[in-house]
Design a protein around this ligand. Structure first.
Ligand code: FEO
Ligand code: CA
Ligand code: CA
Length: 527
């Protein structure tokens, strides 16, 4: 299927309009609000009527000598009161830039890290719970609150599994936390994505377990901590009030982007999760008991046949032959998915459920080796609206490209009215180059789903040099959108050659930061 054929939602007139060049000259009534053009400026630029405030930046001090982690990604807003102005904000810390943390660049021949450096890196990973409140129109972090907590790569996590994994049911820390979810029982879900950057991966040849290292010496910790790779690649559940942390193996082990929760009337939940790697699959988990994700059934999507296929070893003879028990199957989830016929997809990243229709939207970021440079958003409609049904229909909702004006959709959010917000993730190495040049820096887009402007991607924000915009979450006050600005200046070769100065522009390294978006246009869109 060609990219143009993908644009089925858009209609012919919209698809013929250039969304990249057209927004400066178009009359305002062609848009819900005046979008900004693509930009390569080193700043967070916003459309008119949007305002920004930095909530917190990487390595800002918290209590007890702890620091807010690096490379903030997913955020999740959990209100503490009915006014929507006091809350817990979960923030993932996906990785770190060694140049900004310890002053070394991996291309430096003398690059050899010490245990002290690794310990510092580990303390800055994982996730954070921030106690936040709105005072005089500004959101602030209560760094001294008992709720404010770090859940780093050094903290102990309980491994919830049918048996011990590599001899233990405890894991040290969580890593590569990308996106996540929130449960109706007041816990945050945080997903371990590219875990192999830190503790490698394991392969099984003729029944023999082998550890495979990724050649990313900037983030490899195995030289200092020989933690088993099988302890990573899970969905983690954090109870911010009880301050407990566990890893849920029943949801499978792969490069989990997110864990999007749909509650069922009986207290159980359905969780959707994508495996963010080219030609990997989309998964659905149905919990067995109310208020728990510890047990349940995992399924992989067969998109061609519109069908969920169970990954329960007991009911699948082919899986019984391949794996000795369900725990082994869950550890080697990718292999199991392929055995039963899971459909390879173009990097399934974030999943969001439309608040009115219940349809499931999946960002397929790109798949360069298959010629899909700009990605698309897949829409899955469960049969009869039942998220536990075996069957569904799948279609492409919108495709990235010059016609729509965005490329490489990654993180998504629906506002309460059911309009879509899209963050883009053109990789740092590709941004402003070749086929990606017209899109310039990564942006945030607003896409109304109904009305005369339905399907038009309005560029709301443009990020600083090398950055990705991610981590969208709405506050309950009806006028706030939290946004992560992640990895500005990522391609900097040395502290003397910084490619970004954002946000302080003081000659020091740039800082990933959580930003509060607000302003009259946003308020109007949400009202
Ligand atoms: Fe961490 Fe798939 O983005
Ligand atoms: Ca992501
Ligand atoms: Ca991404």
């Amino acid at each position: 299927m060609t990219r143009r054929e993908f644009i089925i939602f858009m209609g012919a007139s919209a698809a013929s309009h250039s969304f990249l060049s057209g927004c400066q000259s178009s009359a305002k009534n062609q848009w819900v609000f005046q979008p900004i053009p693509a930009s390569d400026k080193d700043d967070l630029i916003l459309a008119e009527g949007f305002t920004k405030q930095i909530l917190i930046s990487e390595m800002d001090p918290l209590k007890n000598d702890e620091l807010f982690g690096t490379n903030n990604d997913y955020t999740s807003f959990m209100p503490l009161d009915s006014s929507g102005t006091e809350a817990l904000l979960w923030v993932n810390h996906e990785y770190f830039n060694p140049l900004f943390v310890t002053g070394f660049h991996p291309s430096n021949k003398n690059f050899k890290r010490t245990k002290e450096q690794v310990d510092k890196e580990q303390s800055l990973m994982g996730g954070s719970v921030l106690h936040i409140r709105k005072t005089k129109g500004q959101w602030v972090v209560d760094t001294q609150s008992s709720y404010t907590q770090r859940y780093s790569a050094q903290r102990s996590f309980e491994l919830i599994a049918p048996r011990k994994i590599q001899g233990t049911n405890k894991a040290v820390g969580m890593v590569a936390n990308c996106a996540g979810g929130q449960t109706p029982w007041g816990t945050f879900l945080s997903c371990e994505e590219n875990f192999d950057n830190f503790y490698g991966n394991v392969v099984f040849k003729d029944g023999q377990r082998q550890v495979v290292r990724k050649r990313k010496k900037e983030s490899m910790w195995l030289d200092f901590y020989n933690h088993p790779s099988e302890h990573y690649g899970w969905v983690c559940e954090i109870d911010p009030k009880k301050k407990t942390a566990k890893k849920l193996t029943a949801l499978g082990r792969f490069a989990h982007e997110s864990a999007t929760v749909h509650p069922l009337p009986d207290g159980r939940v359905v969780v959707y999760s994508g495996d963010d790697k080219a030609d990997q699959c989309l998964y659905r988990f149905i919990s067995e008991k109310p208020n728990s994700l510890e047990t349940g059934e995992l399924f992989v999507a067969d998109i061609e046949n519109g069908k969920w296929i169970s990954l329960d070893r007991e009911s699948q003879p082919r899986l019984q032959k391949a794996f000795t028990d369900q725990t082994e199957l869950l550890i080697r989830c990718r292999e199991a998915a392929k055995i039963v016929g899971g459909t390879p997809l173009d990097r399934p990243e974030d999943v969001e459920i439309h608040p009115k229709s219940g349809e499931v939207f999946v960002a397929l970021t790109n798949n360069k080796k298959r010629g899909n440079l700009h990605g698309s958003i897949l829409k899955i409609a469960p049969k009869d609206g039942d998220h536990t049904a075996e069957h569904f229909s799948a279609s492409t909702f919108i495709a990235g490209g010059e016609e729509t004006g965005f490329s490489c959709p990654d993180n998504l959010a629906f506002d309460k009215k059911g309009n879509l917000w899209i963050c883009c993730d053109v990789s740092t190495g590709s941004m402003n180059k070749g086929e990606y040049a017209p899109f310039k820096n990564n942006g945030l887009f607003y896409v109304p789903l109904t009305g005369p402007h339905a399907g038009k991607a309005h560029r709301v924000a443009s990020g600083p040099t090398d950055s990705e915009l991610t981590g969208l979450s709405f506050a309950d006050d009806g006028e706030t959108l939290f946004l992560s600005v992640q990895h500005p200046g990522e391609s900097s070769k040395s502290l003397n050659q910084l490619t970004s100065g954002w946000p302080e522009f003081n000659g020091k390294p740039p800082k990933s930061s959580v930003v509060v978006l607000s302003g009259p246009t946003l308020k109007q869109l949400l009202a």
